[in-house]
Design a protein around this ligand. Structure first.
Ligand SMILES: Cc1ncc(C[n+]2csc(CCOP(=O)(O)OP(=O)(O)O)c2C)c(N)n1
Ligand SMILES: [Mg+2]
Length: 801
């Protein structure tokens, strides 16, 4: 244990070293016994009814149920009203049944393979589903809300998600000290020791915008000595080495001693609710069966398991003790067992009448009032996203001012603010100002905005400056965005720790708590998102399909080929597009509500804006939509300061909205009959193309159309564009390498729109292993080469497709 604080050390010493601290009344002992009965008999019941089903039983650590209940009881006693839990497979069904008190009937019907799902989505296995339940705590007689967050197989991935949700619940209740809302994280010993995200999550606990004011961690430590079980093998001793890293007290306790366990748990809860710091309870136990019930542990650990089979179950040991000391009679004990078995049998009987499975019964974060009574969106329209001009002007003025008196800002920043004032006067915006206006206008409408990531306050490219720093007074800061209107929603902008997996998971969890918040995570550079790949694959792209849960998180991923080398160039658009679920081969029905339907049906939205106005609208649309979808935005780097990359207020005022496709509007569009080639592109390459076209004098002959929304694919608008220029050669131009970027995604979709009658020629960089060259000259040469092809009107002559 590595605690430097004397008061805290004394506190722990007093709790464990004072003689006679562990005293229990007979009532408490009987409650503990009853809880052990439930824990053990629940597993027995499942084993009897479904002997060949995986359930990841708790046998060997049945004490986890009274342990968790004690933490909750004690916390409720200390004022906690809302507990958010994250846990892996081991004992999860038992926790649902006996801690959260999910209807047994609903748990049992999950074992029926013939049940039809009533909800959209592909569902998930029973030991991954989440849960939300409000109940009265029997011990304290106070209301308590418990939720268990749904999670994937990926061990520990849910940890930061739980913390983000907890932080959000604290924020929305004004519970800055974590006195009302707390989290509990349960871990397996191997995962706890081995998975890095555990430490990323612990590390967040000391950062003001990320702390949940302490979490109680419970480790189901079923590794006895050294083992050759490949699922549990690890090379370093546990958990002393872990203690150094997590900077929290770890209380080890023998899981075969239930009274010691609940004493330790109540001390842990008291620690959390006194010091608002993390604490770990290490339940040292064993695993009576294999990894799951179908597994044979004797294959690999024959001696250990011979020993385990000789172990007397904890319930029997404890019951014998209480009977011997006269706290309960054998008859009372047997009645307690019979009573719970009857409850299980009755629920089992009822579960057999169920025909339909409602995944919606397994939501961990309901959003009351957001959907209609049937859980559907209240409308199916996509509102206009423009705002009145005076709102834009007002935000522009605040964005270029210092709202606090006697606040000295850096001279370089004064220049930037003057630039903003100038743009506001001229009714134009650059990228940073457009973002300001999107955030500011949402704040005006009562939407909380939270932007998190490495260095987001200033912006990686030093363009944002949402937090001003007094040059004369240490740590004096000002966030002008919070000085827009007296009754605005709060704006949170926070520099995160240097983590992607942990922080993205955290923000995803944050976005789960409420639909009325715009929660954005920005990668330092887009390619760094891949260290958070598990959150993207397991939660963001699939979350709704698995758990019918909407999530409106926004990922801002700086992307663009600027000769900066293989790492700082690509946000890997191809990966996001490959995971998009819109059908490349189905010719859609272009109904009136096609645009919004498509957004409703997709698993996420992928955009690459070419103008500040486009960025402004898509951020606003994200919240104005009547449902929530994750939004992936490839954001610019060099365009942040590009003189052409500006938008006028005219493109943002009331009546304007997000344009999924920006058609050519120059000379070529005025005389489509003259046009020889129509180039489709997305993002920054548009500016390179326009410049090259004009230098080659091809403005009349080549049209350039931009896709702002790449996925779901704007089939309708692409069709319209292609029809506007009948018979002309169609080209897709991208700056990324051919096996990357957008080409593999757009190509079959173009074929579908065009009825496979015309080709879309590829123009861009050749296929490559690395996303970008490390050599600036090679970068420029390859740029010139593909721009030449883009405007060589003979390039595809005679070629077949
Ligand atoms: C990130 C990740 N890697 C590998 C696995 C495969 N796996 C499932 S359970 C398990 C062992 C877990 O051991 P432990 O954390 O001690 O939990 P226990 O099953 O002993 O309760 C492994 C390796 C996984 N689910 N997630
Ligand atoms: Mg284990």
């Amino acid at each position: 244990m590595f605690i430097n604080d004397v008061e805290q050390c004394q506190w722990i010493r007093q709790k464990f070293e004072s003689p006679g601290v562990m005293q229990f009344s007979s009532e408490e002992k009987r409650t503990l016994l009853a809880r052990l009965v439930r824990s053990m008999r629940f597993e027995d019941f499942l084993a009897r009814k479904w002997s060949s089903e995986k359930r990841f039983g708790l046998e060997g650590c049945e004490v986890m149920i009274p342990a968790l209940k004690t933490i909750i009881d004690k916390s409720s006693e200390m004022g906690i009203e809302n507990v958010i839990l994250g846990m892996p497979h081991r004992g999860r069904l038992n926790v649902l049944a006996n801690v959260i008190r999910k209807d047994l009937e609903q748990i049992f019907c999950q074992f029926d393979p013939k049940l039809e799902a009533a909800d959209e989505g592909s569902g998930d296995v029973k030991y991954h589903l989440g849960m939300y339940h409000e109940r009265i705590n029997r011990v304290t007689n106070r209301n308590i809300t418990l939720s268990l967050v749904a999670n994937p197989s990926h061990l520990e991935a849910v940890d930061p998600v739980v913390q983000g949700k907890t932080k959000a619940e604290q924020f929305y209740r004004g519970d800055a000290q974590g006195k009302k809302v707390m989290s509990i994280l349960v871990h397996g010993d191997a995962a706890f020791a081995g998975q890095g995200v555990v430490y990323e999550t612990f590390h967040l606990s000391d950062l003001p915008s990320y702390t949940t004011n302490g979490t109680v961690h419970v480790v189901v430590n079923n590794q006895i000595g050294f083992t050759t079980d490949p699922r549990m093998a690890r090379s370093s001793p546990y958990p002393t080495d872990v203690a150094r890293v997590v900077n929290a007290p770890i209380f080890h306790v023998n899981a075969d001693d239930p009274e010691a366990v609940i004493y330790v748990c109540s001390v842990a809860a008291e620690w959390r609710n006194t010091f608002n710091k993390d604490v770990v309870v290490d339940l040292v136990c064993y695993r009576r069966r294999g990894h799951n019930e179908m597994d044979e542990p004797m294959f690999t650990q024959p001696l250990m398991y011979k020993q385990i089979h000789r172990q007397v179950p904890v319930l029997k040991k404890y019951a014998d003790k209480l009977i011997a000391e006269g706290t309960v009679t054998l008859q009372e004990f047997e009645e307690e067992i019979a009573k719970y078995d009857r409850i299980c049998e009755e629920a089992y009987g009822k579960s057999k009448d169920k025909k339909i499975l409602h995944i919606k019964h397994w939501l961990d974060s309901p959003w009351p009032g957001f959907f209609n009574m049937d859980g559907e969106p209240k409308s199916m329209t996509c509102p206009a996203t423009g705002v009145p001009e005076d709102t834009l002007t007002h935000i522009g003025e605040v964005a270029s001012s210092v709202p606090l008196e006697d606040f000295k800002i850096h001279v370089g920043l004064s220049r930037i603010l003057r630039g903003r004032a100038d743009m506001t006067r001229k009714r134009t915006v650059d990228w940073a100002l457009a973002e300001y206006m999107a955030f500011g206008s949402l704040l005006k409408e009562g939407i909380h905005v939270r932007l998190s990531g490495q260095d987001v306050e200033r912006g990686t490219f030093s363009h944002r400056h949402h937090v001003l720093h007094d040059q004369d007074v240490d740590r004096r800061t000002c966030v002008p965005m919070n000085h827009l209107w007296p009754d605005q929603a709060p704006y949170t902008v926070c520099n995160s720790s240097l983590s992607e997996y942990g922080v993205l998971g955290f923000e995803l969890g944050y976005a789960m708590a409420s639909p009325n918040a715009l929660v954005l995570w920005e990668a330092q550079f887009g390619d760094f998102h891949n260290t958070a790949q598990c959150i993207i694959d397991q939660f963001i792209s699939t979350g709704q399909a698995k758990w019918v849960r909407h999530n409106g998180i926004v990922l801002l991923l700086p992307h663009g080929m600027e000769g900066m080398g293989p790492e700082h160039s690509s946000a890997r658009p191809e990966r996001f597009l490959q995971m998009s679920n819109d059908d490349s081969d189905a010719y859609p029905a272009f109904t009136q509500d096609f645009e919004v339907r498509q957004l409703y049906d997709c698993n996420w939205i992928v955009v690459n804006c070419s103008t500040p106005a486009s960025y402004f609208h898509v951020l606003r649309r994200q919240i104005l939509l009547p449902f929530r979808k994750p939004l992936i935005i490839f954001t610019p780097k060099s365009l942040l300061r590009h003189p052409e990359a500006k938008s006028s207020f005219d493109q943002m005022v009331s009546g304007t909205s997000f344009q999924r496709v920006i058609p050519e509007d120059g000379a070529a569009a005025r005389a489509p009959g003259q046009v020889r080639r129509l180039i489709f592109c997305t993002g920054k390459v548009f500016y390179d193309l326009v410049k090259e076209r004009s230098s080659q004098g091809l403005d009349e002959l080549v049209a350039i159309t931009r896709l702002e929304q790449i996925s779901p694919f704007p089939f309708d608008l692409i069709k319209r564009e292609a029809e506007k220029y009948p018979g002309v050669e169609l080209v897709w131009c991208q700056e990324e390498h051919k096996n990357m970027g957008y080409y593999d995604y757009i190509s079959p979709r173009f074929m579908t729109v065009l009825g496979r009658a015309r080709p879309v020629w590829y123009v861009g960089r050749d296929p490559a292993a690395a996303p970008a060259t490390g050599n600036r000259n090679t970068h420029l040469v390859s740029l010139k080469k593909f721009l030449d092809t883009a405007f060589n009107l003979q390039a595809f002559e005679g070629k077949t497709f």
